[in-house]
Every structure is written in structure tokens, then in C-alpha cells.
Design a protein around this ligand. Sequence first.
Ligand code: ZN
Length: 152
Amino acid sequence: MEQELRELYQQVILDHNKAPRNFRKIEDASNFAEGYNPLCGDNVTVYMKIDKNNIIQDISFQGSGCAISKASASLMTSMLKGKTVEEAEKLFNNFHDLVTDKLGDKPDMENLGKLAVFAGVREFPARVKCASLAWHTMLSALHNKNEKVVTE
Ligand code: ZN
């Protein structure tokens, strides 16, 4: 295993990769989207059930990929269940700022909670795509775009 990867594999990521939360299909999903990261070969489908008050009643994912992509999807679904669409969009922006480390865009660490474990990926551009794939796919599902999300 590459040294850089070893440093990224923190306990939370390992745990979520080994026992991913919400790893299933929602048969009666109101929203869903597919994502693919050709750089690493990560595949993810995000399913959501959004009610008429714009609350995410249920969210899940399926797919295959590296530990980072899987752990990211697992953590994301755990955090977004019960949130509003607006809150999910805000968290997407926070997460994006965290992993891309954009100058002048300080991520809201309090809002990010456990997602802070992904801060380490910002030094590895290829891994940023693994960590953010599920998030881009979730955003696409929110807007019910019927196009496959492909990183880059
Ligand atoms: Zn990956």
C-alpha cells in the first residue's frame, strides 16, 4: 500500500468501509443518480426518498470502489438522513470546500462533524475525486438530473 494512502486510512474511514451504513437500494426512491470516477474505478448509485416538505426521509447507496469512496458515501448517507434539501446542499458546499481547500473558503468544521476525517485527501488530487464522488452524485439525485455523473 502506498504511504500516502496509509496516512489517509484513519479509523473512521476503515470502519465505514468495512461496515458501510445505508448500503442498500431504496425501491421506491423519489430521487436517484449514478456516479462514476474513471480515475479510480469507483461506481456509486445514490437513492433518496424526499417528502413533500423537502425532508430527506431516507438515503442509501450501492456500488463498488475504493475504501475512501465507500466510506465517504457511507458517512454522507448517515449525515443526510432527516436533513432538508437545503441543508444537504449546504453540507455539500462545506464538504467540497474541505476537500478542495479553496483559498478564502473556510469550511464550516462544526457543520461537517465526522466528515472532517476527509480533510487529508486535499493533498492528493486523485483522492479528492474518490471522496467527493458520492456527494456530486447526491447533488445530481437531488436535482433529479438523469445523467450519469462522471468526475472530470
Ligand atoms: Zn477511489
